[in-house]
Design a protein around this ligand. Structure first.
Ligand code: ADP
Ligand code: GN1
Ligand code: MG
Length: 357
């Protein structure tokens, strides 16, 4: 369905020129050159089946953050996302059954990174995600909607891969036998976090669940983390999801879709910087089991993302945005390469964690 973005902006009382923006894999993001500038997003309703619940969560969580930031003497227009309401006072605009739009204040004088040029960026990202976790520690997790059910339930993700293998919807199965063998080899780890959640040794907290480096905006001059964005998946979860998922992307030596696997390894210096920043904000609140599983969380979140990319490849690229042929397959391969490397570095990772506890 075609839509007129200017007319959509008018629903938010914004008159503007509009251009595509950002590198997210999920939503369609536009920069609107109004004064002040704003971000318009079309929510991906294939991924988020209930945009109303997504926006309820985001509005309530950012409202909580805003109050905390003001109390701490910070700048709430920069340090959290700010939802701009429609002219009808709603958190989003529904054009029709498939097209839901939301608008945020643009966080000025900030930059986002697709790759890590200097490990210190990971320290700042860790501090930003750790602070986010901290500011939400008194938010009632059970009042949040689960916007994607079983999002980080790795055993469920294994089942989804198995279903994609059985269905072979895109006819790509024969070409990915090596990747499937990697995926099934590492399934032995899949329940390491969910088992502990079931036992109660790992608590459910309010977590971000998508702690990719480009979901933090950094100050353009100091490079300190300013604002955690992409809040669609803020839900009850484990702190291990946020720690592990950030390292999956941030501590890789290369890009998520690098085709030359010799360029991909898990960089312990980046790991250390992230751990230092994140644990600097959160260490005193973590349980023994959470601390013990921090290195494992990096492996598991990387593995889980790898099997999601592989399943999407088999399904015919229906979930993640792709920009070239075999894109999801290249992404899956980097994740499995990282998993192998992480597995060989557990001892060193534990030693690093000890320094910051
Ligand atoms: P996706 O869910 O598709 O990843 P994001 O919400 O992460 O979408 O947005 C995509 C990109 O747009 C981000 O990585 C960031 O660069 C940019 N962006 C999003 N929101 C803002 C904002 N409020 N201010 C400045 N840049 C933003
Ligand atoms: C997606 O939206 P984005 O690009 O920040 C995905 C994450 C994956 C990531 C892989 C809602 O994140 O779970 O880890 O791609 N988000 C969703 O790059 O599925
Ligand atoms: Mg994003």
């Amino acid at each position: 369905m075609e839509f007129n973005l200017k007319e959509v902006c008018a629903q938010f009382n914004v008159e503007t020129t509009i251009e595509g923006y950002g590198n997210g894999h999920i939503n369609d993001t536009y920069l609107c050159e109004a004064a002040p500038r704003v971000i318009l997003q079309r929510i991906n309703t294939k991924v988020f089946k209930n945009p109303h619940e997504v926006m309820e969560n985001i509005f309530n969580v950012t409202d909580h953050l805003r109050k905390k930031i003001i109390k701490a003497g910070g700048n709430p227009d920069r340090e959290t996302l700010n939802v701009i309401k429609t002219r009808d006072g709603k958190n989003y605009y529904q054009l029709d059954d498939d097209n839901f739009f939301r608008m945020y204040k643009f966080v000025e004088d900030s930059v986002s990174f697709e790759t890590v040029e200097n490990p210190i960026q990971l320290y700042h990202a860790g501090t930003a995600f750790g602070r986010f976790q901290n500011m939400l520690d008194d938010y009632p997790a059970d009042s949040l909607f689960e916007t994607i059910v079983d999002f980080h339930n790795t055993p469920e993700r294994v089942k989804q891969l198995e279903a994609a293998i059985s269905k072979n919807a895109a006819g790509r199965l024969v070409a990915v036998q090596n990747e499937i063998s990697d995926a099934l080899d590492y399934a032995k780890y899949a329940s390491k976090i969910t088992d502990e959640i079931a036992k109660g040794t790992v608590p459910l907290r309010v977590t971000h669940n998508d702690t990719k480096l480009n979901n933090v905006l950094f100050d353009k001059d100091t490079f300190e983390g300013v604002c955690v964005i992409d809040l669609d998946t803020v839900m009850p979860g484990s702190v291990l999801y946020d720690f592990g998922d950030a390292l999956r992307f941030g501590a890789s030596s290369g890009t998520e879709d690098e085709q030359d696997l010799d360029k991909i390894w898990f960089d312990l210096e980046k790991f250390e910087q992230f751990a230092k920043g994140f644990l600097g904000q959160t260490a005193t609140c973590l349980t023994e089991k959470e601390i013990e599983l921090l290195p494992m969380s990096a492996l598991l979140m990387t593995y889980e993302c790898g099997i999601r990319f592989l399943a999407d490849y088999l399904n015919g690229d229906t979930y993640f945005k792709v920009h070239m042929e075999n894109h999801n397959l290249y992404r899956a391969r980097t994740q499995f390469k990282l998993v192998k490397d992480i597995e060989s570095k557990f001892d060193e990772m534990h030693k690093i964690i000890k320094k910051y506890i």
